[in-house]
Structures are given as structure tokens and as C-alpha cells.
Design a protein around this ligand. Sequence first.
Ligand SMILES: Nc1ncnc2c1ncn2[C@@H]1O[C@H](COP(=O)(O)OP(=O)(O)OP(=O)(O)O)[C@@H](O)[C@H]1O
Ligand SMILES: CC(C)(CO)[C@@H](O)C(=O)[O-]
Ligand code: BAL
Length: 374
Amino acid sequence: MAGTLRVLTGSCLSRALPRASYRIPVRNVVSGAHLRPLSTSTQIFHDVAPLRKYRKDLLLNKRTVGLVPTMGALHNGHLSLIRQAAAENTDVFVTVYVNPTQFGLNEDLASYPKTWEADMQMLGVLDQELASAGKGRVTAVFAPSTKTMYPILPPDSSIPGKGSFVEMRPLGQLLEGASRPVFFRGVATVCLKLFNICTPDRVYFGQKDIQQTVVIRRLVKDFHLDTEVRICPTAREKDGLALSSRNVYLGTRRRNVGIVLNQSLRKAEAQYKAGKRSRGDILWPANDHADKTLFEQDALLSSERARFEVDYISLADPDTMEEIEEVDATRGAILSGAVKMLPLEEPQEGEELGVGGGQIPVRLIDNIVLEPAL
Ligand SMILES: Nc1ncnc2c1ncn2[C@@H]1O[C@H](COP(=O)(O)OP(=O)(O)OP(=O)(O)O)[C@@H](O)[C@H]1O
Ligand SMILES: CC(C)(CO)[C@@H](O)C(=O)[O-]
Ligand code: BAL
């Protein structure tokens, strides 16, 4: 049902923290069985048993836990999830774990940004803000090792991979899953583990990764997990670019062209808002804009251009992510897309190139929910 896609609205995006303001020191690392009594300050856990004990104590004290799973490299999108979790729970658990099984063998696991110190400082600043606002607090950060998360067999990212996995077919094989064949298997598997460890009352995910939210809803429903799934709106730059940990690799030239995805989706959305319902009518301006932008870039000198490939621009059913020919206005639909920003061919002296000198390909995703129109 379209209702399952409801994205929270409200103030969770309202206060962005400037990165320059990180000053709060990391506190309370807990790696063994020893635990401090319940406290308002953030504790960092690396192991399952002490976190479970901590969680149990919270339950006995009738406190509620909102879980925000992340892969670190925190930005204001993550913070918006945490603010929402803090508005709805007494305690927020943030997990920081770059899960290897969701990266295919040729994907960017090795280069995925790792900014632990900055992340902890960011959480410290945010937690102070939450304390002043009298909201729930970030009381636990769970940053497990891979041995902890995969205790029996080492993680295997190959398609026939050995191990214990959760798979959703065909949902996990569509769209993002078509380009990243082990992605949703890895996401569903690690989230099941995190949910089992943290037993959250609510879990918080960003709309930016819309197919992931559909996978998580499916996981919770199909496996009867006792938690509520909450989806928060996509935090964006002023021009509409979705915040993403991987944006640090873009550099100015690719970042300016990368907005093409959001622009294309908005053109499709305008068609829906104007009353169009057929796939062709909705998608053509999006494809047209992407094609024209691609053409423009190709025509530039290699020292000036930022080339990209469009992976998909999709109009899909909100529950199954399967392509649709016509939008049922009682259910709405999901417009989504992915582009791959290619390495710069000729980086220029003095150019702002981003992390990796403009040479790391960057996959950008975005989406717009077409709300039921009745
Ligand atoms: N711009 C955003 N707005 C709202 N939520 C976001 C945004 N970006 C990420 N999230 C959410 O934060 C959670 C953790 O995401 P993750 O740590 O992978 O960050 P990311 O920015 O999505 O990184 P990546 O570059 O890997 O896509 C997910 O639920 C994701 O949807
Ligand atoms: C949900 C998640 C933390 C699982 O590793 C990851 O896919 C992400 O950050 O979106
Ligand atoms: N935000 C989704 C995590 C990933 O791209 O691997």
C-alpha cells in the first residue's frame, strides 16, 4: 500500500550542524562486560553482550530505543535520522559499521570513507543539542568488528557466497540490486543482526535509499520482527543534491553535473503533478534531460567535462519496486534513479577534485515518492 511509504515530515531536517563545530570528545568506550550504570552520556560498545545488558536495563526502566544504523562518515542526513529518533524515543542507538557483505567484489568497500573521530565529535555536538532540547539522547554507539558481526564464517561478497544470508527475491534483484547483486542480501542480513542485537522499539532509515526502506519493511514484516520502521525525508544541498557519504569523492566539477539526476526526477514529478499517469508521459522529460546533459558534457573538452552513465530512471510500484506502465493514483509510485559519475579524464591544476583526486567513480542515487493523488 502506498501508506507504507509514508515519509516523516516535520522538523527533523531543520537544524544542520556545521562541521566546523565538532569539539566534543569521545566518551565512555565500553568493550568488555563492565558497564557503567544508566547514564545520560553516550557509551561506545564494540561487543554484543554488554550492549545487550545495557539494552535490557533500559527495558526494565521502561525506556524506549530508536536505532539508527549507519556506515559512519556521518553527515546532516544521518543527523536528521537521529533527531527524529530522539524525538520519539528516550534512547537512541547509532550503529557505525561498514558492512562488507553488501559490497560486491568490484565495489568500493576498500575506499569507503572512514571518519570515526569526526563522527564521534559530531554525535557529541548533536547529543548536547538533544540534551538542551530535553529530547531523547544518543546513549549508545555500537561499532562492532567484522568478527563480531560474522562470528562463524568470514563475510563472503561473492554471489554464491558461503554464509548465513537473508535474501528477498525479486525485490533485492531489481534496480540497485541489478547493478549491485549482493547489496540487498548484505543489507537485509546485517540489519537483521543489528535488530536482533539492539532489539529497538523503532528503526530509522532515510528515504534517500528508498529501495533499502522497502527491503527493511519487507524484512520486518516477513520475519515478524517486533519493531516499527520509520522513514525520514532526504536531506539535500540547496540545489537538491541528496547528501551522501560518497559525495566527498565528487569534487566541484562532478558535483555540479551530478545534480542532473535530481533535476531529471523533478521533471518527471512535474508530469505526475500535472495529472499524467502513464509511464511514457511521466518519464520522457527525465530521460530527455539526462540525455541532453550527457550530450552537452560529451561535447566539452575533456579538461572541462564530467562524464556520467545513467544506470536507470525508474517508475516503480511502492511495495515491490517493480516497473509499472501506469500509476494507480490511489497507491502512488516511486520515481528513482542512479547515475555513475565517471573519473575525470583531465583533472586541472588547482581544481577542487574531492577525495581521491576525481578518480574514484561515484554512484549517485535519488528518488521522489509520487504520493497518492486523491
Ligand atoms: N541525505 C540523506 N537524507 C536522509 N537520510 C540519509 C541521507 N543519506 C543517508 N541517509 C540514511 O542514513 C542511513 C545510513 O546511510 P549510510 O551510512 O549508507 O550513508 P549514505 O550517505 O547513504 O552513504 P552512501 O554514500 O554509502 O550512500 C541510511 O538509512 C540512509 O538512507
Ligand atoms: C542500513 C546500512 C547501515 C546497513 O549496512 C547501510 O546500508 C546504510 O548505511 O544505508
Ligand atoms: N546507503 C547505502 C549503503 C551503500 O550504498 O552501500
